[in-house]
Design a protein around this ligand. Structure first.
Ligand code: DAH
Length: 339
């Protein structure tokens, strides 16, 4: 019996001092086939029945105690190993490596769309979007541009073979799509990408962006158009600049006008940018043509409205002093990072 107590004491000490390798040796030393406790259990036959009972029970109990102690120690060693590994492999996510990536920013074209949009939203306009692939009806017919009209020549585009579809040449089809969906009053801007069959140079690109504007209701007049566009110009470019309207022609407006902003580089005095005229062409506009209202089943006797179309790149170029439209599409980070 004393021997068993001694074995337990010794085993506990060895377990306490073991590491993850030597723990197995300790187990074998006491519980293995020829281990100390196993030997005692094997030698029970030499004792009397009474002794067998006592020694056997005690030895079995010792076996359980040592087994448990080994299991607990193994768990402890496992946890220690994990802690050690975690400490060694710890990643410092606050280190500069993770935060030194330069931040991205919105493309200057998108920035311009957002800031123009914000001004029109503040003037009560909603925002809508239309598809870039359009049908002839939305892009031309419903906008009063018949298939034989010469206005089509200035808006040649990319046609999708075998269909009646084309890449929209302007955001004006957005007018038709919005009016088809709702009754007046309508007050909306439609920003988006447009396409033309155009050779690219410093001021032309086959892909560019526009923001369409449309307001239709009872008794809307040219005075409303002038007032809204003047507010836009003052809010976007500055109070000290004037806007002027020149007669023009668009198939989907009557009367039509082009609006010029006083040059904000020279404040109207005349410079290289405005070619010494003091004015810069900024947008096309006019009163919605009755044929356009008819195309969407609006009664032109009851409703009237105005529309306008703004070239986004043009505004961005003027505002930021950019002299080549192609810079927007080349993905040159030296250019883009400036915005
Ligand atoms: N859609 C015209 C273009 O791309 C621009 C335009 C002019 C839009 C007058 C309008 C407008 O809504 O009233 O050339």
């Amino acid at each position: 019996m004393n021997n068993i107590e001694q074995i337990i004491k010794e085993a506990f000490e060895k377990i306490e001092n073991a590491d993850s390798v030597s723990i197995e040796a300790v187990r074998l030393e006491y519980l293995g086939k020829s281990g100390a406790l196993t030997s005692i259990l094997k030698s029970l036959s030499q004792y009397s029945i009474e002794e067998k009972k006592q020694i056997g029970a005690r030895a079995n109990r010792a076996k359980v105690l040592i087994e448990e102690a080994i299991e607990i120690k193994k768990e402890k060693l496992k946890k220690c190993a994990l802690d050690e590994r975690l400490a060694k492999e710890k990643q410092d996510f606050s280190s500069s490596f993770y935060f030194n990536f330069s931040k991205g920013s919105l493309h200057p074209v998108l920035q311009t769309i957002e800031s123009i949009g914000a001004v029109f939203k503040s003037l009560g306009f909603d925002v809508a979007e239309g598809p870039e692939i359009e049908t002839d009806r939305y892009n031309f017919e419903a906008l009063n541009i018949a298939s034989d009209h010469p206005a089509r020549d200035t808006q040649d585009t990319f046609y999708l073979e075998g269909t009646n579809n084309l890449l929209r040449t302007h955001t004006s089809p957005g007018q038709i799509r919005v009016m088809e969906k709702q009754n007046p009053p309508v007050k909306v801007i439609v920003p988006g990408r447009v396409y033309r069959n155009e050779a690219s140079d410093a001021s032309h690109s086959s892909t560019f962006h526009q923001i369409e504007g449309l307001c239709v209701g009872g008794n809307i007049t040219f005075a409303d158009l002038k007032s809204v566009l003047t507010s836009f110009a003052h809010k976007f470019f500055g109070r000290d600049l004037n806007i002027r309207f020149r007669p023009s022609h668009f198939q989907f407006t009557e009367p039509s006008a082009e609006a010029d902003m006083q040059c904000f580089f020279c404040k109207g005095k005349g410079c290289r940018v405005c070619k010494n005229s003091g004015w810069i062409e900024t947008l096309g506009c006019g009163m919605v043509h009755p044929n356009v209202l008819k195309a969407v089943n609006y009664d032109p006797e009851k409703y009237s409205g105005y529309a306008f179309g703004i070239g986004v790149e043009r505004i961005a170029m003027l505002k930021r002093g950019i002299d080549d439209i192609r810079l927007f599409y080349e993905n040159d980070l030296r250019f883009l990072k400036q915005f």
